[in-house]
Design a protein around this ligand. Sequence first.
Ligand SMILES: NC(=O)c1ccc[n+]([C@@H]2O[C@H](COP(=O)([O-])OP(=O)(O)OC[C@H]3O[C@@H](n4cnc5c(N)ncnc54)[C@H](O)[C@@H]3O)[C@@H](O)[C@H]2O)c1
Length: 249
Amino acid sequence: MTAGRVAVVTGGAGALGAAIGEHLTGQAEVVLLADRDLDGARERSENLRGVEACYLDVADDESVQALVETVERRFGRLDVIVNNAAVTAPRGMEALRRDDWERVMAVNVWGPTALCRKAVPLWSSTRAGGRVVNITSRTWLSGGPIAYTSSKAAVVGLTRSLALELAPFGVTANAVAPSMVATPFTRGDRSEEEYAAFEAKHLAMTPMRRFATPEDIAHAVGYLASEAAGFVTGEVLHVCGGAQLAPAP
Ligand SMILES: NC(=O)c1ccc[n+]([C@@H]2O[C@H](COP(=O)([O-])OP(=O)(O)OC[C@H]3O[C@@H](n4cnc5c(N)ncnc54)[C@H](O)[C@@H]3O)[C@@H](O)[C@H]2O)c1
């Protein structure tokens, strides 16, 4: 672990965010699980040394500003941002309303953009470098639920653009694209039957014949967040058991 390193994981109350946060304790002194579900983030941080919960709504600029100000005041540095918070919306185009679309884009795309924007003055003043890891999804490649998938493709574009914009500050930006992890997020509004069929399709299209685990994703994020990955930027790391090579279910 590098002394004093500070990491923020958005959506830290969720299944993947919590696993990523726990994994990052191996390389950061403080890990903030930042979520609009503060109670959930508190539960996840209980009994984890170096892990703290804090409130954040990534779609609310004032909340993002408040988080960065708190980090600056308390620690004077921000070494790792993992943009993991996300929401989804009705799957088919017919059921989708404009405000669903706008909510998904606000959380999944504007959220990571806003957080990185607010961190720039800190990175620019400390010149200590940093790591941004954005969580996208295999769907960016294969297609999927329309608003969610569009947002995750935008996250790839965002990542590649951030890599260019942040390089002068010694900050890398990469993305991790998981395939299906069995979490409440994946279950969404599917009935028991629909979900069983969905799971079966995913297993059939995954050459490694299993789902991803939160730990699979956390390890990939850990590498991209580490000091060892300082010359890797603008990449998308698929953690999919080969499913990124296969057609969509
Ligand atoms: N679970 C999967 O199969 C899967 C597959 C591919 C990609 N992903 C991606 O992984 C990430 C985490 O997914 P998960 O399965 O852990 O989902 P999850 O629903 O368990 O966690 C998401 C977290 O984000 C938080 N959140 C939502 N809106 C927020 C906001 N405005 N501000 C702050 N926090 C907010 C939620 O409160 C929740 O704790 C997401 O980016 C998701 O798109 C998940």
